[in-house]
Design a protein around this ligand. Structure first.
Ligand SMILES: [Zn+2]
Length: 82
């Protein structure tokens, strides 16, 4: 037997970009890190939610930096940006 009851539930209706503070209309990418023991930033956590424009800009910037040799190995694929 099912017993039904109306309940209020919180739902995410929008995510604001952490860089430009614009609405993402729920189209966003997440950049996150949780640095562990032995790293220079041990215990630090980061989670940025970025709109499509800022996310792609960040990837393009990282790719550009990587090409110029300022940053070592990246373990992600940039796919369409290459
Ligand atoms: Zn943005």
């Amino acid at each position: 037997m099912e017993i039904k009851q109306m309940k209020q539930v919180e739902v995410v209706t929008d995510v604001v970009c952490d860089v430009c503070n614009q609405s993402t209309k729920l189209e966003f990418g997440t950049l996150s890190a949780h640095w562990g023991y032995g790293s220079r930033h041990d215990g630090e956590k980061y989670e940025l939610q970025l709109c499509e424009k800022c996310f792609v800009y960040a990837l393009a910037t990282l790719k550009k930096v990587n090409r110029t040799g300022f940053v070592g190995d990246f373990l992600f694929k940039l796919g369409h940006l290459t």
